[in-house]
Design a protein around this ligand. Structure first.
Ligand SMILES: CCCCCCCCC/C=C/C(=O)SCCNC(=O)CCNC(=O)[C@H](O)C(C)(C)COP(=O)(O)OP(=O)(O)OC[C@H]1O[C@@H](n2cnc3c(N)ncnc32)[C@H](O)[C@@H]1OP(=O)(O)O
Ligand SMILES: Cc1cc2nc3c(=O)[nH]c(=O)nc-3n(C[C@H](O)[C@H](O)[C@H](O)COP(=O)(O)OP(=O)(O)OC[C@H]3O[C@@H](n4cnc5c(N)ncnc54)[C@H](O)[C@@H]3O)c2cc1C
Length: 672
C-alpha cells in the first residue's frame, strides 16, 4: 500500500526553515516598517484572525478555484455582505476597512460600492446631498457603482454620449442612451449587484451641451431588485480574470430623475435651468485621481504577493545539478532564477516607498482642494497618471516572469500566480489606459520644460527640468561609486532630463517647420511616452532612495534595504541600457560596472530573500497559493488541492458513459 497521502505536514519545510534561520535582519521589525508601525501590524493581525476564523473564507477559495462563474459571483456577493456586516458591527474606520480589503485582495463582487461609489459621492456631492445619499450608501441602504465608460468611449470623456437633458417643467433630468455606442459598458458591480449608479452623462439644457456631470440613477427596485422601467442592465460576460465582479452594461430610455440627483458640488443647475460652475473644469474627474493613487498601492501588493510565492517555492523546489557531487540544489541557487525573481522583490520595496510617498502627496493636496485651493491639482494629476501607469505596467510584467520562473507548477491555478496576473492585468487599462495616462504626464512635462527654458523656477516633481545639463558629469567614477544611491538617482534624473529635452526640441522643431501642433505631437508620441516613462522611473528610484535614507531602523534592516534599492536602480539601468547610453547619463565603462554590480548583488540578496518576502506577512488565505504557503509544503498542498477538483469527484467521469464508452465500443466492433 502506497504511503503517499495528501495530508499536510505540521512542520515547516526544512529547506524553508534553513532560509529563515540565516536571515541577517529581524523580519518582524521590517514587517512593522511595511505596515506603518507595531500597532498597525497588530491591528491587521486581529482583523485577519477575525476574518479567517470563519470557515467560509477557506471554502471561498474552493469556489474561486473550481466554481462556475455564477457560483463564484454568488460566493463573492456573500463575502461582500459578510464584510459589510462586520464593518458595521465592529464600526471599522476607513483605514481598517482598507486593511480588510488588502487582506481579501479586494476580491469582492460589490467592491465598486466602496472603492468608487462612496468616494465619488464624497467628492462630487454637496453637503446636503451627502447627508442624504452618502449616509444611505454608508449604511448599505443603497448599493451603487460608478458608470462612466461606454461601449464607444472610455478614454475620451468628452466623447461620452449618454445624455441628461434638463426639463424645467418637471424639474427633472431625462436620462438617455441615444446610440448603441452610448450604452454604459464595463462598470464593476453594475450587471447584477447595484441598485443605484452614478451615471456620468453629458448635461443638456435648452439644447446646449455643458460637458460631463454625475447623476444618481436608481436602477432596480428596493423591494425585489427588479429592473426599473426604462432601464436595461446586465453582465458583459466572462473576463480573463476578476470574474467575481459583475462588470455590466446599462441602457437608459427616458429615465426621469429629480433635479437634486445631479451631484452639484462642482456645478449646479438651478430649478429654472441656469447652469453655474464652481472650481476647475476637471473637478468632476476627482474620483479617478484617487483610484490612480490606489492602483500604485495595488501594484505593490500584486508584485510583493508574486515575489512571496516565487521565492518561497524556489527555496523548496530542488532540480538538476550544480555541484555534480552534491544533491540537487534549491532552484533559488541558480543565478538565472535569482535574476528572474529578485527584480520583483526589489520592485516590491520600490513600489512600497513610491506609493507611500504618492499617497502622502495626494492626502496633502486633497486637504488643500477641500479648502478650495486647487494649485497642486495639475502636478498631482500628472504624477498620479505617470505612477499609475508605471507601477501597473511593471508589476504585471514582473509577476508573469515570476509565474514562468515556477516552471510547470506555475501554470496551475493552485499556484495562485496565473490568477494574480489575470486579476491584476486590468490595472493597465482601468482609470485611464496607461499610454494615454503617460501622455497626460508627457504633456505636463513639456509645459514645465518650456517654462524652465523661459527662465521659470520650477518646483515639485519636475523641478529638475531647470537643471543646466552642461554641469552634468556622471557621478559614477569607479566600481565602488556604483553602490552610491544618490549617484544612481542622479543618473536616472539626467536620463529623464535628456529624454524630455530631446522630444521637446523635436516637437518644437516640427512645429516651427509649419507642422500643425496635433501632427507634430502625433509624430512624436512614442518618444513622449518614453519621456514620461523615464520621468516616472526617476521618481520611483528617488522615492525609494529617500525612503530608505529617512528610515529609523536597525543597521541590518537598513543595510538589506539599501542593497535592494541599489539592485533596483542598477537593474533598471542594465535593462534600459540603450536609453541610458543614448542620453549619455552613463558611458560604456559605467554601464559595465553597473551591470557587474547588478549581478553580484543577486548573491548578496540571496541569503535574505525568504526573510524579505516573509516580512510582507501575507496570510496563506490571502496568497491563495499552494506554492507560496508559509510552511513551504508545496507538494503536499498541490496534491491536497486536487481533492476539491470536481473532475476527481467520481472515479469514472459521466462523459465516459456518454461519449467515450460508445466510441470505444464502436471502434472495437469496427473491422477497419
Ligand atoms: C488587483 C487589480 C484590480 C484592478 C481593478 C480595480 C477596479 C477599478 C475600477 C475601474 C474603474 C474605472 O475604470 S472608472 C473609469 C476611468 N476612466 C478614466 O480614467 C478615463 C480616462 N480619461 C481621462 O481621464 C480623460 O478624459 C483624459 C484622458 C485625461 C483626457 O481628458 P480631456 O480630453 O478632458 O482633457 P485634455 O484635453 O487631455 O486635458 C485638459 C486639461 O485637463 C487636465 N486634466 C485631465 N484630467 C485631469 C484630472 N483628473 N485632474 C486634473 N486635471 C486634469 C489635463 O492635464 C489638461 O491640462 P492642461 O494641459 O493644463 O490644459
Ligand atoms: C476590469 C475593468 C473594470 C472596469 N471598471 C470600470 C468601472 O467601474 N467604471 C467605468 O466607468 N469604467 C470601467 N472600466 C473601463 C475602463 O476605465 C476603460 O476601459 C479605460 O478607461 C480605457 O478606455 P477604453 O476602453 O476606451 O480604451 P481605448 O481608449 O479604446 O484604448 C484602446 C487603445 O487606444 C489607444 N488610445 C486611445 N486614445 C488615445 C490617445 N489619445 N492617444 C494615444 N493612444 C490612444 C490606447 O493607448 C489603447 O492602446 C473598466 C475596465 C476594465 C477592463
Amino acid at each position: 500500500m502506497s504511503e503517499i497521502t495528501s495530508s499536510i505536514p505540521l512542520q515547516i519545510n526544512p529547506d524553508l526553515q534553513e532560509e529563515r534561520d540565516k536571515a541577517s535582519f529581524n523580519v518582524t521589525e521590517l514587517t512593522h516598517i511595511i505596515y506603518g508601525g507595531i500597532e498597525k501590524t497588530k491591528k491587521r493581525k486581529r482583523l485577519e484572525k477575525l476574518l479567517f476564523s470563519d470557515p467560509f473564507f477557506q471554502e471561498y477559495q474552493n469556489v474561486r478555484a473550481f466554481g462556475s462563474r455564477s457560483e463564484y459571483y454568488a460566493a463573492s456577493v456573500k463575502k461582500s455582505t459578510k464584510i459589510f456586516k462586520l464593518r458595521r458591527q465592529h464600526k471599522w474606520t476607513d483605514e481598517e476597512y482598507e486593511t480588510v480589503l488588502d487582506i481579501c485582495h479586494d476580491d469582492l463582487a460589490l467592491t465598486l460600492h466602496h472603492t468608487m461609489f462612496i468616494p465619488a459621492l464624497e467628492r462630487l456631492a454637496t453637503e446636503d446631498q451627502k447627508s442624504k445619499w452618502l449616509t444611505l450608501a454608508k449604511q448599505y441602504k443603497i448599493i451603487g457603482t460608478y458608470a462612466q465608460t461606454e461601449l464607444g468611449h472610455g478614454t475620451y470623456l468628452q466623447g461620452l454620449e449618454t445624455t441628461a437633458t434638463y426639463d424645467p417643467q418637471t424639474r427633472e433630468f431625462v436620462m438617455n442612451t441615444p446610440t448603441l455606442s452610448a450604452m454604459k459598458w464595463w462598470p464593476g458591480s453594475l450587471g447584477k449587484s447595484s441598485n443605484h449608479a452614478l451615471v456620468l452623462a453629458t448635461l443638456i439644457i435648452s439644447g446646449k451641451k455643458y460637458g460631463m456631470h454625475p447623476f444618481l440613477v436608481q436602477l432596480r427596485s428596493m423591494d425585489d431588485h427588479k429592473v426599473l422601467p426604462g432601464v436595461r442592465v446586465g453582465d458583459i460576460g466572462a473576463k480573463m480574470g476578476g470574474n467575481s465582479v459583475d462588470n455590466g452594461y446599462l441602457i437608459l430610455d427616458n429615465v426621469r430623475i429629480p433635479r437634486n440627483n445631479m451631484l452639484m458640488k462642482n456645478a449646479q443647475v438651478s430649478p429654472d435651468g441656469k447652469f453655474v460652475t464652481r472650481g476647475p473644469s476637471k473637478a468632476n474627474y476627482a474620483t479617478m485621481m484617487l483610484i490612480r493613487v490606489q492602483i500604485c498601492t495595488m501594484a505593490y501588493q500584486v508584485v510583493s504577493s508574486g515575489a512571496t510565492i516565487g521565492i518561497r517555492y524556489s527555496a523548496v523546489r530542488r532540480q538538476s545539478k550544480l555541484d555534480p557531487q552534491d544533491r540537487e540544489p534549491k532552484i533559488l541557487e541558480y543565478q538565472t532564477q535569482q535574476y528572474k525573481i529578485f527584480p520583483g522583490l526589489a520592485m516590491s520595496y520600490a513600489f512600497l516607498f513610491a506609493s507611500r510617498s504618492l499617497t502622502r502627496k495626494y492626502e496633502e493636496a486633497f486637504a488643500e482642494i477641500q479648502r478650495g485651493d486647487f494649485k497642486s491639482l495639475p502636478e498631482l494629476h500628472c504624477l498620479s497618471s505617470g505612477l499609475k501607469s508605471f507601477c501597473s505596467e511593471h508589476s504585471v510584467r514582473q509577476v508573469e516572469i515570476i509565474r514562468q520562473s515556477c516552471g510547470g507548477h506555475g501554470y496551475l491555478n493552485a499556484a495562485g500566480l496565473g490568477m494574480l496576473v489575470n486579476a491584476a492585468a486590468p490595472m493597465i487599462t482601468v482609470e485611464g489606459e496607461n499610454t494615454v495616462m503617460y501622455l497626460q504626464l508627457a504633456r505636463y512635462i513639456l509645459k514645465r520644460f518650456a517654462g524652465a527654458m523661459s527662465g521659470q523656477q520650477l518646483d515639485g516633481s519636475t523641478s529638475y527640468l531647470s537643471m543646466d545639463p552642461a554641469t552634468y558629469v556622471c557621478p559614477v567614477m569607479s566600481e565602488t561609486d556604483c553602490r552610491n544611491l544618490t549617484a544612481l538617482c542622479d543618473i536616472y534624473r539626467y536620463r529623464s532630463y535628456m529624454t524630455v529635452c530631446r522630444v521637446a526640441r523635436q516637437v518644437q522643431h516640427d512645429m516651427e517647420s509649419d507642422m500643425p501642433q496635433h501632427v507634430a505631437i502625433n509624430k512624436n508620441l512614442v518618444d513622449l511616452v518614453r519621456a514620461a516613462k523615464a520621468h516616472s522611473y526617476y521618481i520611483v528610484v528617488k522615492d525609494f532612495v529617500e525612503g530608505v535614507d529617512a528610515l529609523v531602523a536597525s543597521a541590518p534592516v537598513i543595510k538589506v534595504l539599501r542593497t535592494l534599492c541599489c539592485f533596483y536602480a542598477a537593474h533598471g539601468i542594465a535593462e534600459y541600457s540603450g536609453d541610458f547610453l543614448e542620453s549619455e547619463a552613463v558611458g560604456l565603462h559605467q554601464l559595465k560596472w553597473i551591470k557587474n554590480l547588478q549581478v553580484s548583488l543577486l548573491g548578496e540578496i540571496r541569503p535574505d530573500a525568504v526573510a524579505l518576502v516573509d516580512a510582507f506577512d501575507y496570510h496563506d488565505i490571502t496568497l491563495s497559493s499552494a506554492l507560496g504557503c508559509y510552511d513551504g509544503n508545496a507538494y503536499e498542498r498541490l496534491f491536497k488541492s486536487t481533492e476539491n477538483d470536481p473532475m476527481n469527484k467520481e472515479e469514472v467521469h459521466p462523459s465516459y458513459y456518454q461519449y467515450l464508452k460508445p466510441f470505444m465500443e464502436e471502434m472495437n466492433k469496427s473491422k477497419l
